[in-house]
Write a protein that binds this ligand. Structure first.
Ligand code: CA
Length: 243
């Protein structure tokens, strides 16, 4: 049950109790009270429906997130930009990447209609930050290998995503396995020196600017998709921007 529906049911219960009370007291205005209450219920229901509709609708944000300095996959001249705000510690992001992303890539990125970018979200504390630093480091040192590392990170996420798995050591191991030409020393030095902190902070500013509340959050140009797991909604938003 949604938050709104729950509140609605609570209000209904209160009103019912109130009516029963009036009835017991034998109030002469019982009919009037009941009519008022019924009118109130109808009004509440209408407001509730409107609210739910508003929250479940894709939202125009007025501008698209800047992808300057971000990893970009696909034709840089593509008319539509899809940005995923994601967190390597987030299980839904991993699921999104495995279930929905391959289809999106095949239909829109590989065909040159969409360029795709990823912005780090740090909703899971220090581990999110370390994974973000590591991915920004790969973007800096081996930009061609960014998406390989990106996928390797999500692949490494354990079944129980609350388990601790992100550390300097694990980042190095995952990077070594994914990128044969990895400059290991430079990778470690860059992470230890916090040298990609500016890039991570730039991502945090975007998260704040667009008021990102959940991961993944998907934006199609300036439109924020209400349900990131609804492929048809993403598809429709892209098609409408392509027109
Ligand atoms: Ca970034």
């Amino acid at each position: 049950m949604s938050r709104h529906m729950l509140r609605f049911v609570q209000i209904l219960t209160l009103l019912k109790r109130w009516i029963m009370n009036k009835k017991k007291k034998g109030s002469r205005s019982f009919v009037v009270y009941t009519a008022i209450v019924v009118a109130l219920i109808v009004a509440l229901f209408a407001v509730n429906q409107l609210q739910e509709k508003k929250e479940n609708t894709d939202k125009k944000m007025g501008e698209a997130p800047s992808i300057e300095g971000q990893p970009v996959m696909g034709d840089e001249n593509a008319a539509v930009t899809v940005v995923e705000f994601g967190d390597f510690k987030c299980p839904t992001c991993k699921a999104w990447g495995e279930s929905l992303w391959p289809e999106l890539k095949k239909e829109f990125v590989d065909t040159g209609k969409v360029k795709f970018s990823h912005v780090n979200v740090l909703f899971h504390g220090e581990e999110s930050r370390m994974a973000s630093l590591a991915s920004e480091t790969i973007l800096q040192l081996h930009p061609d290998q960014y998406w390989t590392f990106h996928k390797a990170l999500y692949d490494a996420q354990p079944q129980n995503h609350d388990d601790t798995w992100v550390s300097e050591d694990s980042m190095l191991e995952i990077a070594k396995a994914a990128i044969p030409e990895l400059d290991e020393q430079k990778f470690l030095d860059t992470i230890k020196a916090d040298a990609t902190a500016d890039a991570v902070n730039q991502d945090i500013s975007l998260v704040n600017k667009f008021n990102v509340q959940l991961t993944p959050t998907i934006m199609v140009n300036d439109k924020m998709i209400a349900n990131p797991l609804d492929y048809a909604a993403i598809q429709a938003a892209i098609e409408s921007e392509l027109k």
